[in-house]
Design a protein around this ligand. Structure first.
Ligand code: ADP
Ligand code: MG
Length: 252
């Protein structure tokens, strides 16, 4: 039986003015898995994410989502189909409260850019309820009515995940969700990712290898744009090529 891959990249390649940042990468992301993309800085991890979400156009290669070729699909349509990259904090509206931010995400999913729905009290009440569920899901229930700018860094990342979940992704891509976090926040976000991964597929770039070890089913290691190793953490972490690629990297 063929593996059930929700996302597949074949020969994915991206050049930046003659520099090959991503070089013939093959990726198979199993449906329902948490899959890590790791590797030294500059390995091409973020570029891969941008290619898979079509924010960047590949120079060569093919991307399949649920068996459908999305290599030439627009980023908006890819997102609509369910492949969503977590927004950066800069995309959270700082002057709006946590729950208002989540409600914005829900509105975008339901109504696109139309503002007509504002006229319906019933629609608004329904959105509020659903937004509150997401706020609770990411552990921000005590902060729902706090302005986003006043939230701690870790809570802002949780809010960012909630606004992303509002788009109901089938495949959720998280690029270094723990970057700059305290140990407490790392623990909280790890548990949050485990929770939101239920019923979806998560692709995560993460430098914290103990997080990767505890959270992820499969790991792909990139170095200089190429796949260096692929497999379960216990195997990949023993691979001499992987160890070498990480020498001198403090988080190895
Ligand atoms: P990672 O996320 O693994 O740290 P990136 O995907 O951000 O790596 O970058 C891979 C390589 O591609 C780096 O050498 C980076 O400088 C280069 N790169 C990334 N984006 C661009 C761009 N828009 N223009 C030119 N070079 C880029
Ligand atoms: Mg990066």
């Amino acid at each position: 039986m063929a593996a059930d891959n929700v996302l597949k990249a074949i020969g994915l390649t991206r050049d930046f003015r003659g520099f090959r940042a991503v070089d013939s990468v093959n990726l198979e992301i199993a449906r329902g898995s948490i899959h890590a993309l790791i590797g030294p800085n500059g390995a091409g991890k973020s570029t891969c994410f941008n290619l898979l979400t079509k924010v960047l156009q590949p120079s060569a290669g093919t991307i399949l989502y649920d068996g459908r070729d999305i290599t030439r699909t627009s980023p908006a349509n890819v997102a609509r189909m369910g492949v969503v990259r977590s927004f950066q904090i800069s995309a959270v509206f700082g002057s709006m409260t946590a729950i208002e931010n989540v409600r914005m995400g829900l509105q975008r999913r339901r109504h696109g850019d139309s503002w007509d729905f504002w006229r319906s009290e019933k629609v608004l009440a329904g959105l509020h309820e659903e937004a509150m569920e997401l706020i609770v899901a990411v552990g921000l229930q005590d902060h729902a009515h706090h302005v986003a700018d006043d939230l701690s860094y870790g809570r802002k990342r949780a809010l960012e995940i909630a606004t992303t979940l509002a788009l109901d992704p089938k495949v959720l891509l998280l690029d270094e969700p723990m970057a700059g976090m305290t140990q407490d926040d790392v623990h909280r976000i790890t548990e949050l990712i485990r929770k939101v991964a239920a019923g979806r597929t998560v692709l995560i770039v993460e430098h914290n290898l103990s997080v990767v070890a505890s959270l992820c089913d499969r790991i792909t290691v990139l170095a200089r744009g190429k796949v260096l190793a692929e497999g379960e953490y216990k195997d990949v972490s023993q691979d001499p090529r992987v160890i070498e690629a990480y020498i001198g990297v403090p988080h190895a």
